[in-house]
Structures are given as structure tokens and as C-alpha cells.
Design a protein. Structure first.
Length: 291
């Protein structure tokens, strides 16, 4: 399953790259393509290197000491040592909604944040399962993959925006066909967003699996996910700009689900995540981390 997810991610990122080349070709010029690529890479580079600070600030997270949260420190230290990785920085957000996320571009620059709400509703085993999931996001380099997907999707969207200011080719017979041009303008960014969502969903399934493998307790994570999902639906967070850029990092969608919004959620359906974990418990086997 792990190799399947890796191939799927590579294929989706490759498709995004191909879309960029196609949009550039149909627009008939290299200048707009170069501008879009440079701007998007700069924007996403800043997001990549400062993703931890942006995400932690959006949730009002504060660093905590071992004296304040001894059980949390114990399970994070244990699982980090078991994986042979450095221990991440630990934060707690004063949010009542049960949720958690990991951020940081690599294991050496990682942070794990849990909300106060999650510490109230999960027992030790369930919280340990959540920590295993979040550490797996770091070990599987998900922040890097999400940043690459975001950069490529951003380039396509920026190209579509620049297309309004690029001549349609005039008398040049090789200029883009107006119908194709319009389709690329509308469908390009939409398709890029859908691919980005597919990458995020693939990574979420993988973090569930490799996290459950790290803790050797898939049923604990399944139980935690059920409780967390019930809590996020009862206490949804406001979908403001600060939180929308962090939502994809969280273990469950922090906003109110349902309807067409669920089609554009970066998180796969909770029922499917729980089903896969229960199946994993019934047919447990070793899962290797992505390198």
C-alpha cells in the first residue's frame, strides 16, 4: 500500500507539471510562464520555510514544557526514539475543538501541536495513536510534498490569471484557439486544485497507516479518529483566511463538513480512514517510512 501511495503521488505531481507545460504552450509565449513560475516558487518557498510559524500562529499555539504535559512528552519521546528520529518541539493550542497537526520541513525542524480539546476527550492510547500519525507526516516528508503540489497548482492558477493580459495571438495562426484558451482558463486551476486535494488525501491515508505501524496500535488511532471527527463536527472552527491555509495539516477537517464542501476537503472520508485502520489491525504487517 505504501509503494502504491508513493507512485500515486509521483503520478499526480507529474500530471500537474504536464498541465503547466500545456498551459504555457496554449498561451503561446514563454514570458508569462517564466513570470508565473518564479513568482509561485518564491511564494511557496516562503511558505515552505516558514510553514511551522504560520501554522502555529494561526492556532494560537504555545510551546509547553515536560512539567506541564508529562504524558505528552513521554509518548512523543518514546515514539521518536523508536523511529530513530529527533524529538519535535511540542505545542498546545487553547482551542476547544479536538484536533492536532504536525508541521516543519524535515524531522530536524518539526513541531507537533495538539489542542486542549483533544487532550480532554482522548485516553492515553488514543492520544498516542494521534501522535504516531502526526510524527509520520514529518517522517514521510509530507510538508515537502504538499509544498511541491501547492507550488505547481499555484503556477497553473497564476498562469490562468496572467492569461487575461496575454494577447490571443492576433494574426498568428499558431496562436491558441479561443475555445481551448477559455477551457484552460477555467478548467486549469480547477483541475490543479483537484490534483492537489488528491495528493493531500493520499498522504493522509499513508500517515494513518505508517502512524499505526509506529505505535503498533491501529485500533487506538481508529477510536481516536471517531472521537475527533465527532468533536470537529460539534465545534467547527471559523473558515477564515488564517485557518484555511493550515486546515490541510490537521488530523481532521476543522471546518463544518457535508454537502459540496466535502468534495473539496483535503481530508478523505473519516469512515474510510477508520475502515482501513480496522482492516490493518486484522491483517497487520510492517510498513516502511517513505525516504
Amino acid at each position: 500500500m505504501h509503494s502504491h501511495n508513493g507512485l500515486k503521488t509521483a503520478a499526480l505531481l507529474g500530471l500537474l507539471t504536464a498541465m503547466i507545460l500545456a498551459v504555457g504552450y496554449w498561451l503561446g509565449g514563454s514570458t508569462g510562464l517564466i513570470i508565473a513560475v518564479v513568482l509561485s516558487l518564491v511564494m511557496n518557498g516562503v511558505s515552505y520555510f516558514f510553514s511551522d510559524k504560520i501554522a502555529l500562529r494561526s492556532m494560537g499555539a504555545q510551546p509547553v514544557t515536560e512539567q506541564e504535559f508529562p504524558a505528552l512528552y513521554q509518548m512523543v519521546r518514546e515514539l521518536s526514539q523508536q523511529a530513530g528520529k529527533p524529538m519535535p518541539r511540542l505545542y498546545v493550542s487553547p482551542t476547544s475543538q479536538p484536533n492536532a497537526f504536525a508541521t516543519g520541513r524535515n524531522p530536524e525542524n518539526a513541531a507537533v501541536c495538539v489542542t486542549e480539546g483533544i487532550t480532554r476527550i482522548l485516553d492515553y492510547r488514543e492520544l498516542r495513536g494521534v501522535i504516531g500519525h502526526e510524527l509520520s507526516h514529518v517522517y514521510n516528508r509530507d510538508i515537502l510534498i504538499s509544498s511541491v503540489a501547492g507550488a505547481l497548482a499555484g503556477i497553473i492558477t497564476m498562469l490562468a490569471n496572467l492569461a487575461w493580459f496575454i494577447p490571443m495571438g492576433g494574426d498568428d495562426e499558431d496562436g491558441p484557439n479561443p475555445a481551448v484558451f477559455l477551457m484552460m482558463l477555467i478548467l486549469g486551476p480547477l483541475a490543479a486544485s483537484v490534483i492537489q486535494l488528491a495528493v493531500s488525501r493520499s498522504r493522509e491515508f499513508q500517515a494513518d497507516q505508517s502512524g499505526a505501524s509506529l505505535t503498533n496500535d491501529p485500533l487506538a488511532l481508529a477510536s481516536a479518529l471517531r472521537k475527533i471527527h465527532m468533536g470537529t463536527q460539534q465545534l467547527p472552527l471559523p473558515a477564515d483566511n488564517r485557518l484555511t491555509s493550515t486546515a490541510h495539516l490537521m488530523i481532521d477537517n476543522p471546518f463544518k463538513g457535508g454537502g459540496i464542501a466535502s468534495l473539496f476537503s483535503t481530508h478523505p472520508p473519516m469512515e474510510e480512514r477508520v475502515r482501513r485502520l480496522e482492516l490493518m489491525a486484522a491483517n497487520s504487517g510492517p510498513i516502511q517510512y517513505a525516504r
